[in-house]
Design a binder for this molecule. Structure first.
Ligand SMILES: Cc1cc2nc3c(=O)[nH]c(=O)nc-3n(C[C@H](O)[C@H](O)[C@H](O)COP(=O)(O)O)c2cc1C
Length: 359
């Protein structure tokens, strides 16, 4: 019996989606408090070497991550660790604080097991995020930071925003996700086009190397987060840019704006996540994996609700996983359940070994 689905979810779903989200963040903050987290971890966390994934020079305690957008301001990462996530991707962070889009901007599409959002990167800005990370940072728990451009930055100046975030947050991240795929910041997805992306990635990799040298630390891996709405030839361009510039991996995928009315969503009201994204995201993971044969790390996001969904993504070639919408529909035990099943299935041992090779 799933207590979350029986009791908590019906109550949470009486609230507006954003209010439920704030409540979930508060609960995670609580779950991350020193004494509470010991108790919560003992119920949720699965510690086993067999779950570790070594990739991009990093050692993830398990492959299940909290996707970007859930903990935009780095206030709930300790709680996410307590309930079993192996890492958290903070953000998307922009240089300056910004409120995001006005009006209703997060919608539940219950029959489709999906969400639609047009949030537009509400966040407290890179300086406050840095302070928040420094408050909870624990040795060994990995933090990715998703970086993006501010709403008022013109597209031809976007590189400045990504650079500003790298400069400010470099030592505080274990990896950076370059978000060029959110549908809710005007023009952002154009940055996935070959010429833009090549110039952006070249500049960011060069800056990353300078920062690593000046801080005397290992260079932080940079990953590109892609849209599920790219055609195969656009995807090929992204992969070519990634390989030629030294990008470490691809996060597949962000939310979709294609045919959203099929899932009960309203076109123009933002990107759809969850179950409707599952197949497209898995297909893209498989495509990248087959083309790249382990030259890039692949993080799969999109419609992971069950251990079987997770295994499907790993079998398609993912090294790591990320979850957002599944957490809303399935509840706080999801990461723990997936890790338990990965251990039981024995199939993960194979994926883990493959991932270790690319480390
Ligand atoms: C409400 C909401 C906000 C999101 N915000 C971000 C964001 O700020 N940056 C980002 O890269 N992805 C963001 N995403 C996309 C998720 O990280 C993820 O890629 C996508 O939802 C697919 O995973 P899922 O089906 O498990 O939700 C957001 C998703 C949702 C539902």
């Amino acid at each position: 019996m799933n207590l979350y689905k029986l009791l908590c979810r019906p109550l949470l779903f009486l609230l507006s989606p954003e209010s439920s989200h704030h409540l979930a963040i508060t609960a995670l903050k609580f779950a991350g408090l020193p004494l509470i987290s010991t108790f919560v971890s003992s119920a949720y966390r699965r510690k086993s070497d067999a779950l570790q994934v070594k990739t991009m020079g990093l050692n993830f305690s398990n492959p299940v991550g909290l996707a970007a957008g859930f903990d935009k301001n780095a206030v709930a990462a300790a709680g996410a660790e307590s309930i079993g996530f192996g890492y958290v991707e903070i953000g998307t962070v922009t240089p300056l604080p910004q409120p995001g889009n006005s009006g209703k901007r997060l919608f539940r599409l219950k029959p489709s097991m999906a969400l639609q959002n047009r949030l537009g990167f509400p966040n407290v800005g890179m300086k406050a995020v840095k302070q928040n990370i420094r408050r909870f940072r624990r040795n060994g728990y990995l933090i990715g930071i998703s970086i993006g451009k501010g709403v008022s930055t013109p597209l031809d100046k976007s590189t400045d925003d990504y650079i500003a975030c790298l400069d400010e947050l470099y030592v505080d991240a274990d990896y950076f996700a370059v978000n060029v795929s959110s549908p809710n910041t005007s023009g952002l997805r154009d940055l996935q086009h070959k010429a833009y992306l090549l110039s952006l990635c070249k500049t960011l990799i060069a800056r990353s190397q300078e920062l690593a040298q000046s801080h005397s630390i290992a260079a932080r891996p940079l990953l590109i987060k892609i849209s599920p709405d790219l055609s195969n030839s656009e995807m090929d361009d992204v992969l070519e840019v990634a390989i030629s510039t030294g990008i470490a991996g691809i996060i597949a995928t962000n939310t979709t704006t294609s045919n959203v009315e099929t899932f009960g969503a309203v076109p123009g009201m933002g990107g759809v996540s969850g179950r409707p994204l599952s197949k497209r995201s898995t297909d893209l993971v498989r495509y990248i994996s087959q083309k790249m044969s382990k030259r890039l790390t692949i993080i799969a996001a999109g419609g992971i609700f069950t251990p079987d969904d997770a295994l499907e993504k790993l079998e398609a070639g993912a090294d790591l996983l990320q979850i957002y919408t599944g957490l809303v529909y399935e509840g706080p035990s999801l990461a723990s359940k997936i890790n338990r099943e990965l251990l039981k299935s024995g199939r993960f041992a194979t994926s883990s070994k493959l991932a270790a090779k690319s480390g």
